[in-house]
Design a binder for this molecule. Sequence first.
Ligand code: ZN
Length: 186
Amino acid sequence: MTECRRPLDPIDADALAAGAEPVYAADAAVHAAGCAACGARIRAARGLLEALDGLPGPVEGLSGLADRVTRLRAFSSRERRTYALWNAPVLLTAGLAGAGTALLTLPTLSAGEQVSVGVAASAPLVALVRSAARWALDFLTLAPRGLEALSQGMREEGTLGLVALALLVPVGLALSRVLLRAPGRR
Ligand SMILES: [Zn+2]
């Protein structure tokens, strides 16, 4: 196939392939009729159009999507004020943040400079950890006798590492509540 000295603009090739008027060269159709290279370009564009036309229609949506969206609708103002709905995420977030900060403040980890920076940056969270630790100890004290012994041990040790361990209790409770609410488990 010989090279074309005046190749068609791709837009004109597409227009001719679709049966429309060319945009740039008014004589594009005449030129393509006598030019093998441009004729082949138009046939290629027509093949692409036909392939696109042959594609299947829109894929069927996810089954049950509407139900799930409805379930995930915004909370009403009354629901927003109901702490029971936010109990699990609040406990989960506080527990994870507290446990992570407690790990940062462990003596074995605070040796490195990077960790020192982390401790400085997370200083406001330490207060949260301490209050959460008190809450966890209270919880353990009120818990059945098996947990009471553990609570006693933690009071005697009094290290933040055990505090992080104690925080696993609220985290576990929150996680179990979250998992119970997961779709498909109802
Ligand atoms: Zn040509």
